[in-house]
Design a protein around this ligand. Structure first.
Ligand SMILES: [Zn+2]
Length: 491
């Protein structure tokens, strides 16, 4: 989402990161009384018995970790850490499972993820079954059968996640297809990118979209061939205009152009935000020292972001604002140095290499541009930090598949999309832990297993550092621990 977050509070926290002393004092001040029987200052919890991957270059692995007051109080060998043990210390045996710092999400859409969870699952295999138009219709009919009360209450049949690149007919469902689901109740299905949608005739009627409706700026109502009659497929700002009457929750959407299919060879996406307005908005944020998070996926959108950040910097000076480029999917080689020089933080989307790598190669971008999507190799060669995100619900919020895609860049067909952009496992882990915290100004307290940081961990079924890289997607998240408390345990 095109959100803007204030970063100054977290900036101040980041600036106080020099040395652990101040952090430890801070932790002590918040520490509850020690468990009964423990001497003051003893650990409440000690983890050991499995590999511990710290994502701290100064101490990459450890045998044990001690926790007190929700923070990490010791990391090291078993003997070193057990020096913090008291009579009340709970000893946790990892039983061979692997502990890492908690994953930190660099970019996703929580509300949309909720919509995905309640609507019909229109994803293609392996996450769903919507691999042809007949399946789209069948899945929606079945969903109506299971959700009759909701359909009556909201007067809407809603699905999320169809993907024309995975639909056998190679096109979007139209109003005619969706009229086979219902002619009485509006049907709206959102494309997996969230940038397009398809509606039935009733939904178009409710939204007031007819042959007389003109396209909004930065949006297109696709039309039946040779006529002005809408065919039900809506793109970018046209979707937002239509969604209001049908789905008020989508009003916040202001996304820059992303995925498009079936367009002419010279198609270059839609500019949803005017150039001057974008430059002024970024400048206003810089003036207030706010961090910006800007969806910039196509290289023209990235050019616009670079121009806006450059102008805002000229007006208001450089500073530690960490403007975030969300997706950077088609970042060109010549754009990387300006991005680095302006301090733009790249949050990339290597999961595309799995989900849509074949499609980018064969259809949308062609082989040369496809192999350079999410060009992590160009960033690594310059020593730049970046993050790797899932953009849920665009892709599934599956950390292991994200790790796998960043490391292997294997497409659905098994091809490797841009072998020179594959990154080592240790780097890919940084892109979902410590570098994410830099993106969020939270590196002083999260992102690695270090003394003084919050006791936020994940426990995996196997160590990604030693597992077969081709099987990383099969690792399981078994536990999630937040400030020493277990918040998730796999069934
Ligand atoms: Zn997004």
């Amino acid at each position: 989402m095109g959100g803007v977050l204030g970063g100054m509070g977290r900036l101040a926290l980041g600036a106080g990161a020099a040395g652990f002393g101040s952090l430890m004092r801070c932790a002590e001040a918040q520490t509850p009384p020690a468990a009964s029987g423990s001497p003051p200052g003893a650990a409440e919890l000690i983890y050991s018995g499995g590999p511990i991957v710290t994502v701290n270059d100064a101490q990459p692995s450890a045998e044990a970790v001690a926790v007190r007051g929700g923070r990490i109080m010791a990391v090291g060998t078993r003997a070193q850490v057990e020096a913090t043990r008291g009579p009340g210390t709970r000893m946790v045996n990892l039983e061979g499972r692997t502990m890492l710092p908690g994953f930190v999400d660099p970019h996703g859409h929580v509300v949309m993820g909720g919509l995905q969870a309640v609507g019909a699952n229109m994803l293609a295999a392996p996450d769903g079954e919507a691999n042809d138009i007949a399946a789209v219709i069948r899945i929606l009919r079945e969903w109506v059968g299971r959700n009759e009360a909701a359909v009556r209450r909201y007067n809407l049949i809603f699905g999320f996640g169809y993907d024309d690149s995975q639909i056998r007919e190679g096109r979007h469902p139209t109003r005619d297809d969706l009229d086979q689901v219902s002619t009485e109740v509006p049907v709206l299905i959102i494309h997996t990118s969230s940038h397009l949608a398809a509606a039935n005739s009733k939904a178009l009627e409710v939204a007031g979209i007819t042959a007389a409706t003109s396209d909004p700026v930065g949006g297109v109502f696709r039309r039946r061939a040779g006529t002005r009659e809408p065919d039900g497929v809506m793109q970018e700002n046209a979707l937002i205009a239509a969604a209001g009457p049908l789905l008020g929750r989508l009003d916040e959407a202001a996304w820059l152009s992303m995925i498009q299919a079936g367009a002419a060879a010279d198609y270059r996406g839609l500019q949803t935000a005017p150039t001057e307005a974008t430059i002024e908005a970024v400048s206003r944020c810089f003036e207030r020292n706010w961090q910006i998070l800007m969806h910039a996926n196509g290289d023209a959108a990235i050019d616009l972001m670079i121009a806006a950040v450059r102008e805002a910097t000229r007006r208001h000076g450089s500073g530690d604002r960490r403007p975030v480029m969300i997706h950077g999917q088609t970042l060109r080689a010549d754009q990387v140095d300006p991005v680095r020089e302006l301090g733009i933080f790249p949050s990339l989307f290597p999961m595309h290499t799995f989900d849509w790598g074949d499609w980018h190669r064969d259809s949308v971008l062609g082989p040369e541009r496809a192999e350079n999507i999410s060009p992590t190799g160009w960033l690594m060669s310059r020593g730049m930090m970046f993050t790797s995100h899932h953009d849920a619900p665009v892709a599934r919020p599956d950390s292991m598949r994200m790790l796998s895609a960043t490391v292997t860049r294997r497409s659905r067909s098994g091809d490797i999309i841009g072998p020179h952009h594959r990154v080592p496992v240790a780097t890919a882990l940084k892109a979902m832990t410590i570098w994410s915290t830099h993106q969020h100004f939270e590196e002083a307290t999260k992102g690695s297993i270090e003394v003084g940081k919050l006791a936020d961990f994940v426990v995996l079924s196997d160590s990604p550092m030693t597992a077969d890289p081709e099987r990383l997607a099969e690792l399981k998240v078994l536990e999630t621990i937040k400030e020493g408390a277990n918040v998730y345990r796999a069934a």
